[in-house]
Design a protein around this ligand. Structure first.
Ligand code: SF4
Length: 609
């Protein structure tokens, strides 16, 4: 089938690999990336016991635009039942991995079972080999990457660190360290590094030099020309090139949405010391993902290494911990990458412990030393303890939901998570659409599915109108569509590129005509599918589509939004509107009719019998 390659099913227990063609249903109903991941996980659901059990299915899926001449970056989805949340989890990573996999002829890997000995996968020339990683096990992510690159040369490498090996529930996966021409990136969210660790899978490498065959190369080239014109012609291009996501630090602080000291405050004094402008002054180089025309991998040096910085990492490991020094935040960021930890979850778990100290719920006897806001050395120490699962770090490695249950003392009310996933870096007490985005996000609170806070700023921060539910639903379909196509959403988000171009490019690649609405319907199908997986796996319903008590009870203490907190009644009304607009019942379940309308007959059958 033009535009698509093959899928490799890898059984690590029996050391078997089967490579099959992509079938039409998978291709055109689910497109690729997270769409494929959701469907494959659904098909395996009955066998999956839990996130770090060998019965779990880890899907590594590219999208149909990956590896083509389309200038929209390259994205790869890592997905499985999450060790952190127990429901469908995924994390999308940039870099060159997806492009290399596609150019090696493999669109996706479905990895099951657990190897007796440490191993890694090599994807090359339409094949997948299982290789021994005995001498890599126990290495930090960066060092494993360096060692593999010495052997294999020009390739893309995804590695886990110590945290993944030790099954830290929010362990991440790093892709490509320290290459000036390639963005160092992480699949950070939902603990996909722990899934690899439980499989004894240290790394996945792709070596691809072939060409992805597309149905209509001339049409694709013409679409790429228009995309190029829109990117270069954007008045926002220059600012993006200079700062990337780091200018959001200044924006978020001004908008009073910058999480500070575990979301107690929304502003931080001195952001100019570590925001976009400060990073721009000291950065060593900027790197990009494959096929990207607007590279955003701003990289600074830390000791003998480098770290590529982004807004979320800096917000969660900086102001959220009371830290305001660029070097210190960069070092914390670097250590998370080095050990293989998600920066957002790590920042949230450490902030939670700091607040417990502030309130006298925890003390030195519990943790072994004092923990204070803004103490960089303590932050480094805690990161290491979490990754190595030593002392109190062993409890922190469970994530903030389980940690707060252990700590007790009323701390659950400021454990900042939704469905077990730590909330990313936007305070949402004065942003009902953003709050709804977090509460209803299919993997737990994560901004990348629906970054609706700009809409709150546009139409009113105390506005709970139904249009906000509509907006969130639209974003929950459009943003994940980029992850299904295997490209970056930033050209659309940041430079306002026309999203219809993506449908045209997809049509050119596969040789069939699809409009943007057709693709959004596929994305809606996937959203409903991941919701059903959450219901079947954990009985998720309206009770779970909520936010920490802090958001409803603790008003913002200062600034122009002083006094704002979420209004429980109005929020519930907004949630009911959201369900109604989605065609879900009052429990938050997709109705049978809705599932049938989306062509999800087998899913309806499974849910309703
Ligand atoms: Fe990668 Fe940034 Fe380019 Fe997106 S804009 S493809 S994240 S380098």
């Amino acid at each position: 089938m033009l535009g698509y390659g093959k899928i490799a099913y890898v059984d690590l227990t029996d050391k078997q690999v089967e490579v099959v063609d992509v079938d039409e249903e998978l291709a055109f109903k689910y497109i690729g990336g997270r769409g494929w991941a959701a469907y494959i996980i659904f098909k395996n659901l009955d066998q999956i016991i839990h996130g770090t059990h060998p019965s779990n299915a880890l899907v590594v899926a590219t999208g149909p635009l990956d590896g083509t001449i389309f200038k929209g970056g390259s994205k790869t989805t890592f997905a499985a039942i999450s060790p952190l949340t127990g429901i469908y989890g995924d994390s999308i990573v940039g870099g060159h991995l997806g492009s290399m996999m596609r150019r090696a002829g493999i669109d996706a890997l479905v990895i099951k079972g657990a190897s007796q000995e440490p191993c890694y996968l090599l994807v090359e020339d339409g094949r997948v080999e299982i290789e021994s990683a005995e001498d890599l096990w126990g290495l930090h992510s960066r060092d494993a990457d360096r060692k593999l690159r010495e052997i294999h040369g020009n390739c893309s490498i995804a590695t886990i660190g110590i945290a993944g090996e030790k099954l830290v529930s929010f362990a991440c996966i790093n892709v490509d360290w320290d290459l000036k021409l390639r963005r160092h990136a992480q699949a950070g969210r939902t603990g996909m590094g722990a899934v690899m660790g439980s499989n004894k899978l240290k790394a996945i490498m792709a070596k691809g030099g072939g060409e992805v065959e597309v149905a209509d190369p001339e049409r694709l080239a013409e679409v790429v020309e228009r995309l190029r014109d829109q990117i270069i012609g954007s008045t926002l291009y220059e600012k993006w090139e200079k700062y990337g996501t780091m200018s959001v630090i200044e924006w978020s602080n001004k908008a009073e949405a910058l999480p500070t000291k575990n979301f107690q405050y929304t502003r931080f004094d001195g952001v100019e010391r570590f925001g976009g402008e400060a990073v721009h002054r000291v950065e060593e180089y900027t790197s990009g993902c494959a096929n990207c025309m607007m590279p955003c991998g701003h990289t600074v040096s830390v000791g003998d290494g480098h770290v590529t910085v982004d807004y979320e990492n800096f917000a969660m490991l900086g102001p959220n911990l009371g830290l305001g020094d660029l070097e210190a935040i960069a070092k914390a960021n670097y250590l998370c990458d080095y050990y293989g930890l998600d920066t957002i979850s790590t920042g949230s778990v450490i902030a939670f412990v700091m607040e417990c100290f502030q309130r006298g719920i925890l003390d030195e006897e519990h943790v072994g030393f004092e923990v204070r806001w803004g103490d960089a050395e303590t932050v480094y120490k805690l990161i290491k303890l979490i990754a190595e699962r030593k002392g109190f770090g062993n409890l922190m490695a469970l994530g903030v939901r389980k940690l707060s249950r252990y700590v007790g003392g009323g701390s659950e009310r400021f454990a900042m998570h939704v469905k077990g996933l730590e909330i990313s870096a936007y305070d949402h007490r004065a942003a009902p659409a953003m709050a709804l985005s977090y509460a209803t996000c299919d993997i737990g609170a994560h901004h990348n599915r629906s970054w609706a806070i700009t809409y709150d700023l546009e139409v009113g921060r105390d506005d709970y109108g139904e249009d906000k539910a509509r907006r969130v639903i639209y974003l929950q379909h459009l943003r994940p569509l980029f992850d299904m196509l295997g490209v970056c959403r930033f050209p659309w988000v940041e430079l306002k590129v026309d999203p219809n171009l993506y449908a045209e490019a997809y049509s050119a690649v596969v040789g069939r005509e699809f409009s943007l609405d057709d693709l959004l319907l596929c994305s809606e199908r996937v959203w409903n599918l991941t919701r059903v997986i959450a219901i079947l796996k954990k009985g998720i319903d309206v009770e779970d589509d909520t936010l920490p008590a802090r958001d409803f009870e603790d008003p913002i203490p200062d600034g122009e939004t002083k006094g704002f907190r979420l209004d429980r009644e109005r929020f519930m009304e907004l949630l009911r509107s959201y369900y109604r607009l989605r065609g879900w019942d009052e429990r938050g379940w997709p109705t049978r009719e809705k599932l049938l309308e989306l062509g999800l007959e087998e899913v309806a059958e499974k849910l309703y019998g």
